[in-house]
Write a protein that binds this ligand. Structure first.
Ligand code: 5AD
Ligand code: FES
Length: 361
């Protein structure tokens, strides 16, 4: 039988591996072999992206949400959340500050908030695009109709993040009351068809999640081939039905990040805030395991702690400029270089006018 190291080598060579092989890597990984996996994943990333790490400015613009995901701190039924929505003017102020700090991608994230109809959201997107034509706009606002996604694309949105959360139907259904596993996947296919750069992704360490479920997540992303894959540890939140559950670890999440890199060599893989929350060096570790994106917060400080998806989320008291510097320091100390450009997927040809400003630090 092949050793784990041989399986990693085969995955590195072929950019694919059988489900059995992936399952063995996940279940038989030990502290001696993990560094080898991370090293190979980093080598793969370097082939396409060298030593660069892309920065995105994250604007958490509404914490209203009509959904009730069992793990999520801002689920609609959590009556303890102090709900907020940023006005268009406040969002534009965030972009202005972000642009001055060098960001050329804005990630607009929010709960599924019915206030942001197509009309309202398209107006905001097109205003950002008209003001900052050299910037990419990423949306992360959940499930919407094809018509809605098409309108947002036409308004100027370039990318869309919609984690699939888990590729196992039974687990998905248990965690997402009133939502449809099929619909979520259909949204991802629709977004792809419409020409968005698409981000899928999942949590690691969900209650009742098995190694076979994680293999299903990896198989799903290999098949869908999204441009981005967000992978983070599940972290319990006390005001949810999953209060008191165990949560994922940095180590098991790093393994999934590295495997995602080896399966999708050109993917944009964020080193997530959840990693930094579990371990002060979590984000640096993810970068060394193949991640190549960080998303520092640009939201106004007075709303930050209200966007609490999970317990003890970091950066809630920090100004945008502080996070910008903090992350840059972390990236450099981990041996990488900050790239403040749009940071498109390696297969994307960006029109010249959109490349106007490419600041390298
Ligand atoms: N722990 C970790 N990640 C979470 N998310 C939501 N709640 C939690 C939690 N408790 C993730 C989901 C969602 C993304 C925005 O945040 O994967 O898609
Ligand atoms: Fe926000 Fe470090 S990134 S304080």
């Amino acid at each position: 039988m092949a050793t784990i190291k041989e399986l990693i080598d085969s995955l590195y060579e072929n950019e694919d591996l059988s489900d059995e092989g992936l399952h063995r890597i996940i279940t038989e990984m030990d502290a001696e072999t993990a560094p080898y996996l991370f090293e190979k994943a980093l080598e793969k990333k370097s082939n396409f992206y060298k030593d660069t790490v892309y920065m995105r400015g994250l604007i958490e613009f509404t914490n209203y949400c009509k959904q009730n995901c069992a793990y999520c701190g801002i689920r609609g039924k959590n009556s303890k959340v102090d709900r907020y929505r940023l006005s268009k003017e406040m969002i534009m102020n965030c972009c202005e500050e972000g642009y001055a700090l060098g960001y050329r991608t804005f990630v607009m994230q929010g709960g599924e908030d019915p206030f942001f109809t197509d009309e309202v959201l398209c107006d905001i997107v097109s205003t950002i695009k008209a003001t900052y034509p050299d910037c990419a706009i990423t949306l992360s606002v959940g499930e919407r109709s094809r018509e809605s996604y098409a309108a947002l694309k036409a308004a100027g949105a370039d990318r869309y993040l919609l984690r699939h959360e888990t590729a196992t139907k039974a687990l998905y259904d248990a965690l997402h009351p009133g939502m449809s596993f099929e619909n979520r996947r259909n949204c991802l296919y629709t977004l792809k068809e419409l020409g968005f750069q698409v981000g899928a992704g999942f949590m690691v360490g969900l209650p009742n999640q098995t190694p076979a479920d994680l293999v299903a997540d990896l198989r799903f992303i290999k098949t869908l081939a999204p441009e981005m894959v967000g992978i983070g540890p599940y972290i319990p939140h006390d005001e949810t039905p999953l209060k008191g559950s165990k949560g994922g670890t940095v180590e098991e999440t790093l393994i999934m990040v590295a495997l995602a890199r080896l399966l999708l060599p050109k993917a944009l893989l964020p080193s997530t805030t959840a990693m930094g929350t579990l371990d002060p060096k979590g984000r640096e570790k993810a970068l060394k395991a193949g991640a190549n994106v960080v998303m520092p917060n640009l939201s106004p400080t007075d709303v930050r702690e209200k966007y609490e998806l999970y317990k003890d989320k970091i950066c809630t008291g920090d100004e945008a400029a502080h996070c910008r510097q903090c992350i840059e320091g972390r990236i450099k100390s981990a041996g990488f270089r900050v790239d403040m450009g749009r940071g498109d997927h390696a297969s994307i040809q960006v029109p010249e006018e959109a490349q106007a400003v490419q600041i390298k630090i």
